[in-house]
Design a binder for this molecule. Sequence first.
Ligand code: MLT
Length: 250
Amino acid sequence: MPRPTLLMLHGFPHDHALWTEQMEGLSDLAEVIAPDLLGFGTGGAVPDVLTMEDYAADVKALLDARGIERVVLGGLSMGGYVALAFLQRWPEGVQGLLLINTRATADALDARAAREATAMEVLANGTSVLARAMLPRVLSEKTRREKPDVVAHVRSMMERQDPRAVAAAARGMARRPDRSFLLPGVRVPALVITGAEDELMPLPTSQAMAEAIPGARLVVIPGVAHLSNMEDADHFNYVVRDFLRMVSHP
Ligand code: MLT
């Protein structure tokens, strides 16, 4: 059986470099594709708002251009919101689902207002203020203490993003609908991964998703927070390798 394609979608405000350890550590089991979502990474002009559907359509165009019909679809946080938008529109293109440090629900009203404030802030002052504010929230205390290389990687990844892309994504996330209704209808293998110390996506959020998807497994990685794939890449890759084997040999 040929290797499946594993499509990994990064979060906010990241780029493909979020997945460096997965590109290296999973490529014997899958063809790993980790694109930059529109405007992130190399940047380029973007509209004022990019919805999760916009990102999903861009990713679909990338797959079509490469002649790829089905993928194991993974997304971390905002990447998970995009993955669910993709799943809703192109369910036949998904052969396995990996929801990582994410949620299926929409923003509450106060969170929506905070997104607009974030957009205005980065447009006025750049991304470094946002990076400084987010770092202690996305990395566990243990990661910050023991893994200075991960801290430096995450900081520089966040700081280098184009403020216009960050603002467009913040506004798009505020507009995303609740997609919880999709979960009971998922008919492919699914894995929900989170960090035991993720305060942005508290554990009950992941538990609820895993319970709603028929047959889904939940893995909670100890000692890590929101960027579980970077904070403990070995543990993360171990569970994803298991999952890929299961998808390849059902
Ligand atoms: C992310 O990591 O993509 C963001 O924290 C998601 C969000 O702000 O909802």
